[in-house]
Design a protein around this ligand. Sequence first.
Ligand SMILES: Cc1ncc(C[n+]2csc(CCOP(=O)(O)OP(=O)(O)O)c2C)c(N)n1
Length: 562
Amino acid sequence: MTTSRTGGQILVDQLTIHGVEQLFCVPGESFLAVLDALHDATVAVTVCRQEGGAAMMAEAQGKLTGKPGICFVTRGPGATNASAGIHIAHQDSTPMLLFVGQVARDMMGREAFQELDYGAVFGTMAKWVVQIDDAKRIPELVSRAFHVATSGRPGPVVIALPEDMLTDVVETIDALPYAVTETSPSLSAMAELQQRIESAERPVAILGGSRWTDAAVQQFAAFVERFSLPVYCSFRRQMLFSSNHPCYCGDLGIGANPKLLARIRNADLVLLMGGRMSEMPSQSYELFEIPTPRQQLVHVHVDADELGKIYRASLPIHASPQGFTAALTAMRPSDTPRWIAKTREARAEFLTWSDTTRIRIPGPLQMGEVMAHLREVLPADTIFCNGAGNFATWVHRFWPFRAFASQLAPTSGSMGYGLPAGVGAKRLWPEREVVVFAGDGDFMMHGQEFATAVQYDLPIIVVLLDNAMYGTIRMHQERTYPGRVSATKLKNPDFRGYAVIFGGHGERVETTEEFGPALARARASGKPSILHCLLDPEAITPGASLTQIRDAAFARTEAKAN
Ligand SMILES: Cc1ncc(C[n+]2csc(CCOP(=O)(O)OP(=O)(O)O)c2C)c(N)n1
């Protein structure tokens, strides 16, 4: 297209060309020309209540689809609010574009109203930051933004839009839709991989990272089946392998199964497929020696710069999940794998660890039974979303993830992610069930986006576990400074009433018996719902109460003193 258009129109045309169907925003006077162009466009716009929520919704869609999630915010405070979502996209390797209003070009550098230097603000958080000063260059720079966000290790790109540039009328030629490049392993690397696996005694595979597809997950599953390899998922990446599969042996999360950790420590070959093995999955960088692990490490990563960054692999392979799993289809074991019995043992340990019937916690609401009920009534491809807090353990340990694109959980441990992520997911795929797990602290960080769920008729279910405190921090307090409670207590609203006042459905759940019927009523209501579940503050983890944690800390201090 070469006719004259405003910068705003050119920009919205580029989004359409690159296949954008949805975007999230909080409006601002700095990008009125874009809002005007959106008036006539096919892109579905979700208007949100705070930019942090808007950015997280966009990030969640990026995570589910592998295509950049799109968010528009105003300058200054809009941009700094949105940074919460940019940090998640960065740590989670999620493709995302954040468009930010900017002051007019003739005012720049004077610290004009809400002016920020976005290169400086997002410098260490975004994969790329650019300001478009010439409307003629919108097709070029937006095309580059899509390519940067999706290439190699994906990440967020921030694009600043000077207000007057968006109203300039210019002639320019549209870009072609962006294309993602897959990277495939060499034949010699695959031959060496097979040779290394076949000469190992205790091999394991660990899955993580992004750029996965359903097909890549299936191809990987077929490969491990042939080789009977035990498979572990990295922190908050359980959707990469079905928990029903006989080779699935658990996840490397916070509070991981000690038996699982022992098996990985004792492995003689680790196939690390896609992840970075950062602080959380590596159990504070203690699982593998740095820089040279004791085990043979085969590290497959889509970004060459990740290989050798922390761990010096025995066999580094630069490949995307799709490129690598396509190459695996030809690999067949030359003999019956020697470790079949070990894989079965590891699987049995996982089944015991995730068995809900073994869990008893203080109080009348038994979360083991709640999780068992959810397993029974929810579809396998339900999308589970959460932010950060001990409450998330219930999902990660006891929900059997079985489908790709069914998990929205920030590896950055960002509170307040679950609700906006749930809104983003339901807006994308209204036919899928979406369940948000939230703590009382966690929920309130973006609780205003419940209004967005109501506005767009998105019947998500929020399971809100209220223990009247920032429980995780209280737990750490009791471990490190036993008995000295400081700044962790919360006085909460009635969240059932909160849901109702917003126009949704609310339930108050105090006992195990009440949970099932409350969930059924919420699902039948067809409205966004909150199940306000009152959890005994003592029930701080599935295995230990708050008092037990405090007493253990006192005992440690006493033992040290003697
Ligand atoms: C944005 C953000 N702020 C602070 C923290 C630190 N933090 C981690 S967990 C947590 C408490 C979570 O409390 P709640 O949501 O009530 O869940 P609980 O731990 O009680 O289950 C806090 C404050 C964080 N991870 N993210």
